[in-house]
Design a protein around this ligand. Structure first.
Ligand code: ADP
Length: 184
């Protein structure tokens, strides 16, 4: 059983890898980006609030995201394991996650950091063409990643949980390395 946290800049492929691994290992894939996009599409209260930030490439306020993750982690289908993809995204969220995991009496096993050079990230995001993938938003999301999310690499390294993977390789090669790394 695995409980994993995926870290990586936008375009690093963490969503793709998390979805594949979750399917192969039959564990839950909890993507905060996907949950938020669904809330926006459904025009829920959360979605209406989140859209404003997402369209600008900013982080959605911590409390909104935390409530959403808490609800998800309390559901029964996550008991067999999970991958958190896109959360935590800053140190405050990582600290909240530690409390939340205590609340549900679970611990995370490893934190996977997908490393990809910036120029490749921008190419991939422009090619993907999601609604929030225009040049200005991409630039802002990369900045937010560097300022707020990248410090989590040291945060988890200090806890002895960090495993780094080269995300610049073809999708199937990254998946193969990922499986080796989480089994080791
Ligand atoms: P990407 O990794 O390509 O930026 P995601 O699908 O993970 O895309 O997230 C899309 C957007 O959703 C982010 O730009 C941000 O506005 C919002 N978001 C997702 N997860 C979080 C989070 N943990 N905290 C705050 N905002 C988030």
């Amino acid at each position: 059983m695995a409980r994993l946290i995926f870290l990586g800049p936008p375009g690093s492929g963490k969503g793709t890898q998390a979805a594949q691994l979750a399917q192969d290992e039959q564990i839950s894939h909890i993507s905060t980006g996907e949950l938020l996009r669904k809330a926006v599409a459904d025009k829920t209260d959360l979605g209406v609030k989140a859209k404003y930030y997402m369209d600008k490439g900013e982080l959605v306020p911590d409390q909104l995201v935390l409530d959403m993750v808490r609800e998800r982690l309390h559901k029964l289908d996550v008991q067999s394991g999970w991958i958190l993809d896109g959360f935590p995204r800053n140190v405050a969220q990582a600290e909240s996650l530690e409390n939340l995991l205590k609340e549900v009496a679970q611990v995370s096993d490893s934190v996977i950091s997908l490393e990809v050079p910036d120029d490749l990230l921008v190419d991939r995001l422009l090619a993907r063409g999601r609604k929030d993938d225009n040049e200005e938003t991409i630039r802002r999301r990369l900045e937010v990643y560097r300022e707020q999310t990248a410090p989590l690499i040291d945060f988890y390294r200090a806890r002895g949980q960090l495993k780094s993977i080269d995300g610049a390789q073809p999708i199937s090669s990254v998946t193969a390395v990922l499986k080796q790394v989480i089994c080791s």
